[in-house]
Write a protein that binds this ligand. Structure first.
Ligand code: PLP
Length: 385
């Protein structure tokens, strides 16, 4: 196939310049990764590409991971002109790393960058370069259940100016770190509902992965942890939005015995998670298009995007209709929620010991099997070869 012709200055994967590291690092062992979360050690290589108003996008580089150089007056520092992504590569049984629905990450990355007026780039070309990077750093993709290579694309505005103005210069890079299971076990999490702060608001930027949505949540995260909770539940009035940096789900038993699988709609205050979208799709496929592991064919799931409030949750609990509450995202995949502290109230949710509830367990298993190449589903996995 002929390479797609590009205009000069467009992000172009065919122009990649590869400089391999002369000294390779030691890959952390699975035991080291088992302590939870991401490794502090980045892989041997990174992608780096820059944009300036005269030349457009430079020839992308894959080069040894190392420090960046930029002016102290770069606009990204005071004005948070940046965007990021989070995605994972999983090692398949055939020894080929796979990305999970990466075109969705690329599209969201482009939207986030556009929201802070950063230069546009071709997401398809960026994905090609990421696949090449993962192939080069393949020995860093852990071949163990629940393990993966976390991939963090970043773009920042580097215009050297103290004025608040659009950054016509940018740096885009992609770095990777191996990761173990995010939480050491599947114990249900405890949430602390912030009643004096919101994460996102109508007309705000909550649906984008840009720095301003994250840094300011840390005081509340710290407070939640000091009170022995795992993370915040972010409300808007009494409306449930997200927990930590994860999308929120509740499973309800209906009068007809079927199960509703509900999550708040994408109204601009919710980050459009790819795990969220995948959970909705998998729930819709059961049982007509696939049987989820451990769920009976008779169990019908009705996924829906619906506004959820704390009073709703209390009512459903009082009526005995809540089957389980869980949260989802690339980092954790799926975790169950056991408690919510909300003002003076301590809301106790259905728990299944140290295990997940029946629906989240089925969905988690299936999504991991798809990600790890054990179960083929649509075109959700993109091999890196
Ligand atoms: C990234 C993120 C999520 C999860 O999105 P995924 O695409 O599933 O990883 C959820 N909420 C917030 C606020 C996030 O930043």
């Amino acid at each position: 196939m002929q390479p797609t012709p590009s205009l000069p200055g467009e992000l172009d994967a065919s122009r990649v310049i590869v400089t391999l590291a002369t000294e390779l690092k030691t890959v952390p062992s699975l035991e080291e990764l088992a302590s939870g979360g991401f490794s502090q050690v980045m892989t041997d290589h990174m992608i780096l590409v820059s944009y300036d108003p005269v030349h457009g996008w430079s020839a992308p580089e894959i080069k040894p991971y190392g420090p960046l150089s930029m002016m102290p007056a770069s606009a990204c520092f005071p004005y948070a002109i940046n965007a990021f992504e989070g995605m994972k590569a999983y090692m398949g049984p055939d020894g080929i790393p796979r990305l999970f629905r990466p075109e969705k990450n690329m599209a969201r990355f482009a939207r986030s960058a556009a929201r802070v007026a950063l230069p546009a780039f071709n997401p398809t070309e960026l994905l090609k370069i990421i696949r090449q990077l993962v192939t080069i750093d393949k020995r860093w993709v852990p071949a163990a259940k629940g393990h993966s290579l976390y991939i963090r694309p970043m773009i920042i505005g580097t215009r050297s100016s103290l004025n608040l103005s659009i950054s016509d210069s940018a740096l885009l890079w992609v770095m990777c770190a191996p990761s173990g299971p995010y939480f050491r076990n599947t114990r249900p999490l405890s949430l602390f509902a912030a009643t004096d702060a919101v994460r996102a608001w109508p007309g705000g930027t909550g649906e984008h992965k840009i720095a301003t949505n994250y840094g300011p949540t840390l005081t509340h995260h710290q407070r939640a942890q000091a009170a022995n909770h795992d993370m915040n539940l972010w409300l808007l009035g009494d409306k449930i939005t997200e927990a930590g940096i994860m999308n929120f789900f509740v499973v309800l038993r209906r009068d007809d015995g079927d199960l509703d699988v509900l999550t708040p709609p994408l109204d601009g205050t919710i980050l459009p998670g790819i795990t969220r979208e995948s959970i909705l799709a998998l729930a819709a496929a059961h049982p007509s298009r696939m049987i989820l592991p451990g769920l009976s064919e008779e169990t019908r799931l009705h996924p829906a995007e619906r506004e959820l409030t704390m009073p709703d949750l209390e009512t459903w609990l009082a009526d005995g209709n809540v089957v389980e509450v869980f949260v989802v995202g690339t980092a954790v995949v799926v975790s169950s929620i056991g408690h919510i502290a909300w003002g003076a109230k301590e809301i106790v949710l259905p728990q299944y010991g140290d295990a997940l509830g029946p629906v989240s367990k089925a969905l988690r298993e299936r999504i991991l099997d798809i990600q790890e190449g054990e179960f083929e589903w649509e075109d959700w996995c993109v091999p890196c070869v």
